[in-house]
Structure formats: structure tokens, C-alpha cells
Ligand binder design. Sequence first.
Ligand code: HEM
Length: 277
Amino acid sequence: MTTKDIGPKGTVQKSAEGALDFVDERSGVKTGARWFLFRNIPAGTSWFQTLGFTAMVVFGMQAITGIILAMYYVPDTSGGAYASIQRITEEVTWGWMVRGMHKWGASVMIIVVFLHMARVFIWGSYKYPRELTWVTGAVLLMFTLFMGLTGYLLVWDQKAYWATVVAVNIFASAPIVGPYIGDILRAGPEFGPSTLSRFYSIHMLVIPAGIAAFIGLHLYFIMRLGISEPPWAKRRLRIERDEEDARRRAAREQAAALPGTVTYPAGAPTGAGGDDR
Ligand code: HEM
């Protein structure tokens, strides 16, 4: 209950709450939203732990601007693709802005994902029990980079064409599987109309679906395990100190059990007990 809940309710508030209660009674949406959003987080949580969510928001923006661009883009290698991009930039209402948001958003997403990964790495948040969160994140990183590669070709100008030829040749030069990957990406042995269709389909259907699925998995692990504490959190330091104590105690007991170990009379200073850190 907040201070806003005090006092008589207006008609609008009453009707809104009534409608929400009606839906909640039948769907459990309020309970679900509370379960999903209202969670205890560790002390010391800061802006650093919002970078993953920022990546998610940028992905959402990319999806929205991408859908709008797809309404005007024509994947045609005989000039239609480039002409449609020009039309979006110069003629379509707000087209220049939507295209600009999508283009710069791609770079922002890559930068934010790397910053998020750096935070997770420097804080050691990838360690037990969050190994699978890291693995699903690594897949998301690959998807994000691949999104950049496949989107770059769609403009179908000289720069996009030759940059993608180089990138695909690098993939194709990998040992054993390289030539197969090259053929799959090019949709054949040469760059052509099918290559553009393939890149377009991968860019706007295959990878976004993959990213959405893996974000779901990533979030499931985060909700199951909770967000990790900062390395400087007192509770975490205490747990680490207790673990170190337990390790030392076990080592001492093991050493004491070895044959030929000298046992001292009770009360004699052994140098082994107590807090000897
Ligand atoms: C599209 C890319 C990604 C999205 C949308 C995403 C999303 C998120 C979100 C929302 C969180 C919760 C905490 C926060 O907001 O920072 C999180 C945590 C985490 N992410 Fe990501 N992530 C992405 C990429 C990655 C990558 C590339 C890695 C590492 C290879 C990674 C590993 C992790 C780990 C280990 C956590 C748990 C951190 C903790 O408990 O402190 N994520 N991610």
C-alpha cells in the first residue's frame, strides 16, 4: 500500500481497478506480474546490473524499427534493393529516422552486449551456479554479431557487397566445415540474388527468433538463480571467508590423519588451530 492508496477513490480509478480485478480473477495476471517483476535483489545492486536489460531494450527497438523497414525494403539485386533503401531515406515519412535508429541501434546493441559481458566477467558472475546463464549469453553474443553481418549486406551497394564477400570468405576458409558454411551463406558457390534473399531471411526471421528464444532462456536462469552480488558485498565476502576456513580445516584434518603425525597434549600450542589466516 502506498500513500496514493489513502483516501476516497475517483470513478476512473475505481473502474480501472475493477477492470484489472476482473481480468486478474480469470487469468492471474497480477500474481504473475508480481512474481515476474517484484523480486529481492542483493544490497549494493547498481547501474552495472542494468546493462543486460539495456541490451534487451535495444533489441526491442531493433525489432520495431526493423519491422517498419521491412515494409518498404525490396530484396532485389538488380537495383531494387538499393533503390528501396534510397526511397526509405529520402521519400518515406520519417524513413531517414527509422533507418538511422536501426543502423546506429545495431552498433549500440553490440557495444552494450560487450559492456554487459565485461561486467559479468569482471564481477565473476559467470561462476557457479550461473554457468548456463553465461553459455546462453555467449550464444546471444554470436547471434548479435551475426545480425550485424547479415544486415550489412542488405543495402547492396559496393561497400556492403565487398565487405560481405570478405567476411563470407573468412568463414569459408575455416578447416573442414568452412566450404560448407560458405555455400550455405552464399546459397550456392557465387554471390547473387539467392544470397541476398538468404541473408534477408536469416536477418529478419531466423536470428531474431533465435535471439528471442535465447533471451527467454537467459531470463529464466536469471529469475531462477537471482542476480549475483557485487564482488565487494559483505555477505559474499563472509561466504568466501567461511569457504576458505572450511577448506583449510579439511586440509589440516587430512594432514593430521597421515601416519607419523605428531599429536600434542591438549592445551599445547600446535600452530594449527584457531584463526591463523
Ligand atoms: C542480447 C544479449 C543479451 C541480453 C539481452 C542479456 C540480458 C540479460 C539480463 C536482462 C540480465 C539481468 C541483469 C542485467 O540486466 O544486467 C543478464 C544477466 C546475465 N547475463 Fe546477459 N544478456 C545478453 C548477453 C550476455 C552475454 C554475451 C553474456 C556472456 C557471455 C551474458 C551473461 C550473463 C550472466 C552470467 C548474467 C547473470 C549476471 C548476474 O547474475 O549478476 N549475457 N543478461
